[in-house]
Design a protein around this ligand. Sequence first.
Ligand SMILES: Nc1ncnc2c1ncn2[C@@H]1O[C@H](COP(=O)(O)OP(=O)(O)O)[C@@H](O)[C@H]1O
Ligand SMILES: [Mg+2]
Length: 277
Amino acid sequence: MTTAIGGAPLLSVEGVTKSYSHSRWRRRSEPAPALRNVSVSVSRGRTLGIVGESGSGKSTLGRCILALTRPDSGAIIFEGSDVLALNRRGLSEFRRRVQPVFQDPYSSLDPRWPVGRSVRESLDSFGIGSPSSRDARMLDLFDRVGLDPSFSTRLPAELSGGQRQRVGIAAALASEPQLIIADEPVSALDVSVQAQILNLFMDLQNDLGVGCVFITHDLSVVEHVSDEIAVLYRGEVVELGQTEQIMGSPVHDYTRSLLSSVPCHPPLASHPPFPRT
Ligand SMILES: Nc1ncnc2c1ncn2[C@@H]1O[C@H](COP(=O)(O)OP(=O)(O)O)[C@@H](O)[C@H]1O
Ligand SMILES: [Mg+2]
């Protein structure tokens, strides 16, 4: 449905359906599939926002794209290759090129390690650069995400939520990915800090050309970072289009109801200073 500008999309999800064999909530009736015939695509260096209420299947879609969950049917095509058919070696190359950022960076950071060590570990595990160059690269990544190098020696618990998410993003960038799958990356943060992290995502897209699938339940968040938006409702894409089109003239009742719950908000400045949150 989406058209990629300048050739094949970086990622395309084609008719993906996924059911869980047992409902998390043990409903009496058969659970509806978490995803039903979902098709979306992301062009190089572009951001696709995925928005929908809790339980609409957003995280399941993210996990399918990351090859953490196997769909029942459909295809995930990255750079022309069928991700579900990759062998072990292909999958490890795929994992280098497609990196996750989660809501809670605690899940990717070892609480006992200074955060710089976690980022260095990503560089080591993907074999990025020569071993002697990796500490300098690690500090470059801190700079890239707006953190002073001195933060690298701190433990995760010594950082604020926003600082921890910056480290999570640095760890994701370590492998020089082409695509980031960010699942509710600002949902745990205060609104003022959310804006700073959203600006960082936009800078990464502009400066590094990293593509992004940005998952959130909050339409006001996704509007700022996305070139295109897919609206998920009960596991189905009910609306898909350019951001201005979706925000300006939503077709689906569900999108209208999401929009009507969005509070008025000032647009984010394109290049505000980076306060050290
Ligand atoms: N591991 C799981 N086992 C069983 N059901 C699950 C599992 N993960 C998600 N679900 C169900 O799939 C549906 C979609 O969940 P999810 O993808 O987490 O949605 P979202 O991220 O939009 O909140 C929900 O009904 C949820 O209960
Ligand atoms: Mg979720």
